[in-house]
Ligand binder design. Structure first.
Ligand code: ZN
Ligand code: ZN
Length: 422
């Protein structure tokens, strides 16, 4: 049952944690870590949770951390935050901007930035955890605060599941998560049903026959073959998928050749697809395979292409009942102007791997992070796409407030809809 009184009591301590939370956020932002390398971040999270009185499990699925706060008989709520940053060179100009670099796995160094706002997720979940720990008389049940690695690779949640997450925690009644997006800070948005798309990456290796650049008649040119495949793939969404059905097919990478006078013997394409239904996903995958094989045959390729699927993300399909409960709690707590409809997002997430493994319903909502005035000005000028940096942009810079306060309140209000005592 939604419990606005309990949420109000829990949030009465929010002002007192503000300075701590803002400096925690700046520290995390200044010290981002790449997927599966979130050691420093995980150390901070574990230390904070232990300080609040949570039972802490570290090193779950690599760098994952789970905190459990049991507070008597009652429901269980799991709230998840992701911890990883991206190989992006920060260009925000903020005084707490990242200058971090890290090994890229191929022998070079890469700049690192919290360009997806996962530092907001960590700070708001730790803030909410602290508030729940401070006001135990306002609620009953068990709060699980879960911090996962490697959301950006799509395998961090699965890694925690494989490492025995279900045995470490009491089975919750619901799982919750949020993401900061480039919408006005201070706003929240829920969505019932399929919210974030499935995503898959596909690597196609096309085979040709190498030759001297002056003797094309002796070759099967993989550059020409790759170009044909790329063009043909553009017709899959436009000509094969039903007009009302959502699908994205992007060829993000083409790699072929070394030098102008050499015809290479193979080409590699990397594709990314986004879908909301399994049938459409299967249709896209089948079309990709058909086109790669048929164009290879048309070019006289010596063998069939290799097609590998990697970085697959599940559908985020919000449970209607859990979503309605959170939406009702948000409506009671936030002013009407703070509740906005962002609509479905074509981004993808691996969060749902956790509730799927635990067999519990879930809902995932979005909070705004963009400076509200800058957003309004951009909107009035019709310049949102150019003036408001989105997630993964080197200029993505959530306004610290009211983003942290709103994100913390959203978690507290949503979790109290199950845990709150009247
Ligand atoms: Zn991201
Ligand atoms: Zn993200």
């Amino acid at each position: 049952m939604a419990s606005p009184a309990a949420a109000r009591t829990l949030l009465s301590g929010q002002e007192s944690i503000r300075d701590w939370q803002e400096s925690l956020y700046k520290d995390l932002h200044r010290n981002p870590e790449l997927s599966h390398h979130e050691q420093r971040t995980a150390g901070i999270v574990a230390e904070q949770l232990a300080g609040f009185g949570f039972e802490v499990h570290s090193g779950v699925g690599g760098t994952g951390v789970v905190g459990v706060l049991a507070n008597g008989e009652g429901p269980g709520v799991l709230v998840r935050a992701d911890m990883d940053a991206l190989p992006v060179a920060e260009a925000t100009g903020l005084d707490y901007a990242s200058t971090a670099v890290a090994p890229d796995g191929q022998g070079a160094q890469t700049p690192v930035m919290h360009a997806c706002g996962h530092d907001v997720h960590i700070s708001t979940l730790l803030g909410a955890a602290r508030l729940f720990a401070q006001q135990r008389q306002a609620w009953a049940g068990t709060l699980v605060a879960l911090f996962q690695p490697a959301e950006e690779l799509g395998d961090g949640a699965k890694g925690m599941v494989r490492d025995g997450l279900a045995r470490l925690i009491p089975r919750p009644d619901v799982a919750l998560a949020q993401h900061v997006l480039a919408h006005p800070a201070g706003t929240v948005s829920t969505y019932s049903g399929p919210f974030l798309s499935m995503a898959d990456s596909i690597r196609i290796t096309l085979h040709g026959r190498g030759s001297h650049g002056s003797m094309p008649h002796l070759s099967v040119d993989p550059a020409v073959l790759a170009a044909m495949v790329v063009v043909r793939l553009q017709a899959v969404v436009s000509r094969e998928v039903s007009p009302g059905e959502f699908a994205v097919l992007t060829v993000g990478k083409i790699a072929v050749g070394a030098k102008s006078n050499i015809i290479d013997d193979h080409a590699v394409l990397e594709l990314n697809i986004r879908t909301y239904s399994k049938a459409t996903r299967d249709q896209l995958l089948a079309a990709i395979e058909r086109i790669a094989k048929a164009e290879s045959a048309a070019s006289g390729s010596p063998r069939d292409p290799q097609i590998e699927l990697y970085n697959s993300y599940p559908l985020t399909d919000n449970d209607p009942e859990a979503t309605a409960r959170v939406a009702a709690a948000f409506a009671e707590h936030f002013p009407a102007t703070a509740i906005q409809d962002y609509g479905r997002q074509t981004a993808s997430e691996d969060f749902s791997d956790i509730p799927a493994a635990l067999g519990v319903p879930y809902t995932y909502w979005a909070i705004g992070g963009a400076d509200p005035e800058a957003y309004r000005a951009a909107q009035a000028a019709g310049r949102i796409a150019t003036d408001i940096p989105s997630n993964h942009s080197p200029k993505f810079a959530p306004a610290i407030q009211p983003t942290l306060a709103t994100g913390t309140a959203a978690i507290v209000v949503a979790a109290a809809a199950w845990l709150g005592k009247d």
